[in-house]
Design a protein around this ligand. Structure first.
Ligand code: NCD
Length: 315
């Protein structure tokens, strides 16, 4: 049985196959509307979410399946002290696949060890968010036509931003990419991400605080919000909030074909005036989310693609 806990659970070839499947679904959604008939997805969300939970649920409904679950910790038995391991054993009796979001790093991995059905990590604390990464990759591939030989700028809270950690890991698997990590000193990329993702494949990267100076040299810009809920004290957050604000005037310094991605929600790091710029790609990401999640559900359930007759992941 396969789970999706970390982007490195997928090989480069599997990433490409999943993206191809998402493209086929996007081109002909009607062909997939009954492939998961009678299957059930459980969404176990112990942390707030808009896009991730709703798009997983929409994805399962689009495939002809059903959804059940809870949207916050305080309506589950976690408030009575139940462990994640016990909860997943129980939910394995009700559902065929689970998407779990949890404030504790490693909770979905722990759950997968006790699960009898595939588990998708829908975000664990400040650690990882692999399904968002697949969305980011789909969007970059649509905009740039490739996932290799790109210079990608990551800007904002690189310390707590789990989408940054996961996208860095995935893009490290593709040849010739260069990474520019733009953040205040206190919000730099954690050392473990460098050790696990950048160093094994000898990636070229640099760290800086200066967004404006880097903009002309980027192929892709990935903006993130400062992750208020993960700070240990309020003063520290207040000192760092608002440190980057991309507006249309600043964007004039960037190449005309440099997409601006953001996993959303945004606070003030991308101004509204950027929304009408053709480089704004963050609502494309939202659009792609449902197709990616349909592809992930099909792949983990081992359901063959009706158009090719093949499954996309080895089980
Ligand atoms: C992100 C997340 O939850 O990590 N949102 C999302 O899933 N689209 C980014 C964030 O919360 O800042």
């Amino acid at each position: 049985m396969r789970h999706l806990i970390d982007p490195l659970d997928l090989t480069q070839q599997e990433i490409t196959q999943l993206l191809d499947l998402a493209d086929r679904i996007c081109a002909d959604p009607a062909a997939y509307q009954e492939v998961a008939n009678h299957k059930k997805l459980a969404t176990l969300f112990y942390e707030p979410s808009t896009r991730t939970r709703l798009s997983f649920e929409a994805a399962m409904l689009n495939l002809g399946g059903h959804v059940l679950g809870f949207p916050s910790e305080n309506v589950s038995s976690a408030t009575k002290g139940e462990s994640v391991a016990d909860t997943i054993r129980v939910v394995s009796c009700y559902a065929d696949i689970v998407a779990m979001r949890h404030p504790k790093e490693g909770a979905p991995l722990r759950a997968s060890l006790s699960a009898r059905v595939p588990v998708i990590n829908a975000g664990d604390g400040g650690h990882a968010h692999p399904s968002q990464t697949m969305i980011d990759l789909m969007t970059i591939r649509q905009r740039k036509g490739r996932l290799d030989h790109l210079t990608i700028g990551f800007c904002g809270d690189l310390k707590f931003g789990r989408t940054v950690h996961s996208l860095t890991a995935a893009l490290s698997q593709f040849e010739g990419n260069r990474f520019v990590f733009i953040s205040p000193e206190d919000l730099r990329l954690p050392q473990y991400v460098k050790n696990e993702s950048l160093e094994p494949t000898h990636q070229i990267y640099k760290e800086t605080a200066d967004l404006e100076a880097e903009l002309p040299h980027l192929d892709v810009l990935y903006m993130t919000r400062i992750q208020q809920e993960r700070f240990f004290n309020e003063e520290e957050y207040l000192r760092l909030k608002g440190c980057y604000q991309l507006d249309e005037a600043l964007l004039q310094k960037a190449p005309q074909d440099m997409p601006v991605l953001h996993p959303l929600p945004r606070i003030d790091e991308i101004k509204k005036d950027v929304d009408n710029d053709p480089r704004a790609a963050y609502f494309d990401q939202v659009h792609n989310g449902v197709y990616i999640r349909m592809a992930i559900i099909l792949a983990l359930l081992g359901i063959p693609d009706p158009l090719t007759g093949k499954t996309v992941l080895d089980h």
